[in-house]
Design a protein around this ligand. Structure first.
Ligand SMILES: O=P(O)(O)O[C@@H]1[C@@H](OP(=O)(O)O)[C@H](OP(=O)(O)O)[C@H](O)[C@H](OP(=O)(O)O)[C@H]1OP(=O)(O)O
Ligand SMILES: Nc1ncnc2c1ncn2[C@@H]1O[C@H](COP(=O)(O)OP(=O)(O)OP(=O)(O)O)[C@@H](O)[C@H]1O
Ligand SMILES: [Zn+2]
Length: 453
């Protein structure tokens, strides 16, 4: 079997072959990638992130592995990004040179590229099939035409294990957009965007389309508020309606929230079992483990300040999609469809200014919009383990939970910092219009925000 450790891989060229497949087990997936955990003999805790291909495209393709001409223009100043020959290399360099400096090197692991044979990918596809959620299987399969995958650290465990007890509880949060846009390019008809969060409005559309069964109680503005009470409120809401925004793992195994991302999930464990599964972490009377854990998590988010950096990256979207879309049409040298549909109105004259800026300015607007899109879609993994009395200065941060008089080591990592394709801009514009129009229609029908709960 091929011995897998990030150190070993960095120093030699490793190819994962069919014989290696037994070492990898299903860990989870999102819309675009499948994640496997290594169970082999190496001491490193590593995961393999493999690209998927939508089933709607007739078969797997390698089309996504190269940047388009306009994307090359967009990212020309980002080191070796445009000369990359695979999508894995693009994603790795994008994380390394664009997202990592913004979010903090201590919180971001760009991963290591590893070669994979087609047979390896085909075997993975077969092996994990029964563990994948059916709707994810229907939507996409492993892209067996890729020749590489990304080896990343497993952020749901501590690398060298705890001193005494082998226990790590980690929380995955997909916080989504944490600010309200104030761009002057938002039309009056869409003014609601200046008061209601995108997350909430999108929930209404998702409910309408049957993607969710109820509106989430989570409000991103609470989580990003910097106020410990509001953060606590957000955490409690995430426990009530986790959807695809919240998951908890015990030593890498899912104990709360749904598997496979997406919103079509129910809780994995009942509240009593969850209480039991975190007993080793929180020392408190029965029935209070969950409440104390919520306090611990809220306190950690409050103290770490990590969301401040994330929202700064999200705010690179300064013009909103209603402004950035015009810069997009400048870049692709196509007549602007948005202005065309507006005709010769006062509004379209406002957008004329965006069509007379330089190409470099357009590139900057769209580049920053796409970076912000990554920051609005990424997730955080926050991991805890009990801190031993008299631990000689741990390499990790610590947090003290007053109510239980306990200290914990914790670490925070960002995951899923993928580069979004330039062609998504048109889809982003259309989705934005759809979200706002659905929300305003519901309002007109007399449903206020509280009716959607
Ligand atoms: O557009 P959004 O806000 O719905 O975000 C998409 C996510 O939906 P959700 O968080 O459930 O609302 C969506 O998540 P799910 O598939 O719903 O779990 C993806 O993360 C998607 O990114 P990509 O297509 O994999 O690059 C996300 O698309 P991007 O907008 O980040 O490109
Ligand atoms: N480094 C990591 N450590 C621990 N777990 C991870 C890590 N990376 C990914 N995972 C797990 O695998 C799941 C899928 O990974 P990821 O979010 O990268 O997929 P994706 O397809 O890119 O997601 P999206 O739907 O947002 O596009 C995550 O939700 C998380 O549970
Ligand atoms: Zn225009």
């Amino acid at each position: 079997m091929t011995e897998i450790s990030k150190g070993a891989i960095e120093s030699m060229e490793v190819v994962l072959e069919e014989k290696d497949v037994a070492d990898w087990i299903y860990r989870g997936e999102g819309a675009a990638n499948l994640v496997l955990a290594y169970t082999g003999s190496s001491p490193d805790f590593v995961l393999l992130r493999i690209q998927k291909a939508p089933r709607s495209s007739s078969q797997c393709t390698t089309d996504t592995s190269v940047l388009s001409t306009f994307e090359c223009l967009l990212w020309k100043d980002t080191n070796d990004l445009v000369s990359s020959t695979s999508m894995e290399a693009v994603q790795q360099l994008y994380v390394l040179y664009v997202m990592r400096p913004m979010l903090g090197s201590e919180h971001v692991d760009a991963g290591v590229r590893v070669l994979v044979s087609r047979k390896f990918l085909e075997s993975v596809e077969n092996n994990v099939l029964c563990q994948r959620p059916a709707w994810r299987v229907n939507a996409a399969k492993v892209n067996t035409l890729c020749d590489s995958a990304l080896l990343i650290s497993d952020h749901s465990v501590f690398p060298h294990g705890p001193l005494k007890e082998n226990l790590c509880i980690s929380v995955e949060i997909k916080p989504k957009c944490g600010f309200i846009p104030c761009s002057r390019f938002i039309t009056e008809g869409n003014a609601i965007k200046r008061t209601i969060t995108r997350f909430r409005m999108h929930q209404v559309l998702k409910l309408n389309q049957g993607e969710i069964s109820r509106i989430s109680e989570y409000n991103p503005l609470d989580l990003f508020s910097g106020s410990s009470d509001r953060i606590h409120k957000a955490i409690k809401a995430l426990f009530t309606t986790p959807q695809n925004n919240f998951r908890i793992f015990r030593n890498g195994s899912l104990i709360f929230g749904g598997l496979g991302g997406g919103t079509k999930n129910t809780n994995f464990m009942d509240s009593e079992s969850f209480e039991h599964s975190i007993e080793g972490l929180i020392q408190v009377d029965d029935g209070l483990h969950t409440a104390s854990f919520q306090q611990l998590l809220s306190e950690t988010i409050f103290r770490s300040g990590v969301l401040d950096r994330l929202v700064e990256a999200q705010k690179l979207d300064q013009l909103d999609i209603e402004g950035a879309i015009h810069a997009y049409y400048n870049i692709v040298s196509q007549p602007c469809k948005v202005c065309r549909d507006l005709g010769d109105s006062e509004l379209s004259r406002m957008y004329l200014s965006l069509h007379s800026i330089s190409l470099e300015e357009s590139l900057k607007i769209v580049r920053e919009y796409l970076i912000a899109a990554t920051a609005k879609d990424c997730s955080l993994m926050i991991s805890f383990r009990p801190r031993e009395d008299g631990d000689p200065g741990s390499a990790h941060n610590s947090v003290f939970l007053k109510s239980t008089n306990q200290s914990f080591d914790y670490k925070v990592n960002f995951i899923d910092l993928d580069l979004k394709p330039l062609k998504n801009m048109v889809y982003y514009y259309e989705l934005d219009q759809k979200i706002v129009s659905c929300y305003t229609q519901m309002e007109k029908m007399g449903h206020g925000p509280s009716d959607f709960s």
